[in-house]
Design a protein around this ligand. Structure first.
Ligand code: AMP
Length: 423
């Protein structure tokens, strides 16, 4: 199957070619023709499947079929839960629309609203936004939503998780009743189904490959190592392997900062990315990482969600996540869109229970090795599990700034490995 046979215009095919894509991903193959037929679509897909191009390409095709309207009111609205995702989708829209006469803008909170208002007042065909800032600026009369033809809700499950349901309902009231709706979500809880049934009209359902196919493409390995030796081991791996683009996961924000500093002292350029960092710092870290100026990006789980880091060769779990599903998301950052990748986990004795739970979820054992010079001295007898050490100390479990995680996860004190939602 080629992009050509999906019915996309030459201008889009040229942009696709420039990106270097040779064939559509499964979700693109399924979703693009349906969207081009102006059907409402409900799609089960997560980051890494090519979903962004899956809705952006046909959306641009449809908009470009008609002359831009006078004053360029918003004709396509793409809502997404986080600033990072919004910025990435906007970048994609810009790239794919390079050869089209369409204007796009992105708005999200945490940055000065004035330049956003100025851009909006000049008129944009496509608006990518997070719900809060969209409502703010709409209230200020910066733009109108009355000419929206296509609405995209991206990562709808996360929008609900992050408490955006009310904002979404408010936004819907500003949109014309007759429009095309596309809803992308990684999971389909009853809340998502309810949202979907309120928004979509007779939708077609499409599904990307299930999560574990990502895991199958990734070469996974566990290195057993003492907790105190992890930093030395990671330095050795990066140095000896001459790795130039490594994504490292830690469980906590402090852990991410600490590791990044230690790597810096060893002249390994790195940056930490987590919920406490300002938007500017996060954007800068990611840009540095993408350009190659930053060799190692140290991230917490929530901060890394939705980051568009293509073809990443190495992912290292400096610490295993306490939520097994997060492991699958982490390793999904490598081996993307056809490329192969390697995911290494440094596992100390106190994490043995986390490893067991991850293997249970994956239904497979992860090959385990010991690196010469880093032979572990910790034993199950002399090392309590983290979950035992942390009993009654919920702060260690939450390394993000999202309210829903702390309230929902902590209410489940009997098991730190359960998550209130699945992605
Ligand atoms: P997404 O799931 O939208 O976050 O996309 C994941 C990554 O795959 C991004 O880096 C895209 O640039 C890339 N990508 C999207 N579609 C294709 C394709 N058809 N071929 C190769 N890479 C792609």
């Amino acid at each position: 199957m080629s992009f050509h046979s999906l019915g996309l215009s030459d201008a889009l095919l040229k942009a696709i070619d420039k990106k270097g894509y040779t064939q559509p991903s499964p979700i693109q193959e399924k979703a693009i023709p349906l969207i081009l037929e102006r059907k409402d679509v409900l799609a089960s897909a997560q980051t890494g499947t090519g979903k962004t191009a899956g809705f952006t390409l046909p959306l641009l095709h449809l908009l470009a079929q008609e002359q831009p309207l006078k004053k360029r009111p918003v004709r396509a609205l793409i809502l997404t839960p986080t600033r990072e995702l919004a910025a990435q989708i906007y970048d994609n829209v810009r790239e794919y629309s390079e050869f089209l006469d369409l204007k796009a803008a992105v708005i999200f909170g945490g940055v000065n609203a004035k330049p956003q208002i100025t851009t909006l007042r000049r008129g944009v065909d496509i608006l990518v936004a997070t719900p809060g800032r969209l409502l703010d600026l709409h209230e200020q009369g910066a733009f109108s939503l009355s000419k929206v033809e296509i609405l995209v809700l991206d990562e709808a499950d996360r929008m609900l998780d992050m408490g955006f349901a009310r904002d979404l309902n408010k936004i819907l009231k500003f949109l014309p009743g007759k429009r095309q709706n596309l809803l992308f979500s990684a999971t389909f809880s009853p809340a998502i189904k309810k949202l979907a049934s309120g928004i979509l009209y007779n939708p077609a359902f499409v599904e990307a490959a299930p999560e574990n196919t990502t895991a199958e493409k990734v070469a996974q390995k566990v290195y057993q190592v003492d907790k105190a030796e992890k930093t030395a081991l990671i330095i050795e791996l990066i140095d000896k392997g001459n790795w130039n683009q490594v994504l490292v996961f830690t469980r906590t924000k402090h852990g991410a900062n600490r590791l990044s500093e230690k790597l810096g002292k060893q002249r390994i350029s790195s940056a930490a990315i987590h919920g406490n960092k300002s938007q500017g710092a996060r954007t800068k870290a990611l840009a540095g990482f993408k350009s190659g100026a930053v060799r190692v990006l140290v991230a917490t789980d929530i901060a890394a969600r939705g980051l568009d880091i293509p073809l990443l060769p190495h992912v290292i779990n400096f610490e295993l996540p306490n939520i097994p599903e997060d492991y699958v998301h982490r390793i999904g950052r490598t081996g993307r869109a056809g490329a192969e990748g390697e995911a290494i986990s440094l596992v100390s004795q106190e994490e043995r229970e986390y490893l067991k739970n991850i293997e249970k979820l994956l239904k497979q054992r992860i090959p385990s090795e010991i690196v010469e010079g880093f032979e572990p001295t910790e034993t199950p007898e002399n090392t309590p599990l983290i979950s035992q050490k942390n009993k009654g100390n919920s702060r260690n479990r939450n390394n993000n700034n999202s309210k829903r995680s702390s309230s929902k996860r902590n209410s489940n004190s009997s098991s730190s490995n359960k998550r209130s939602y699945r992605r």
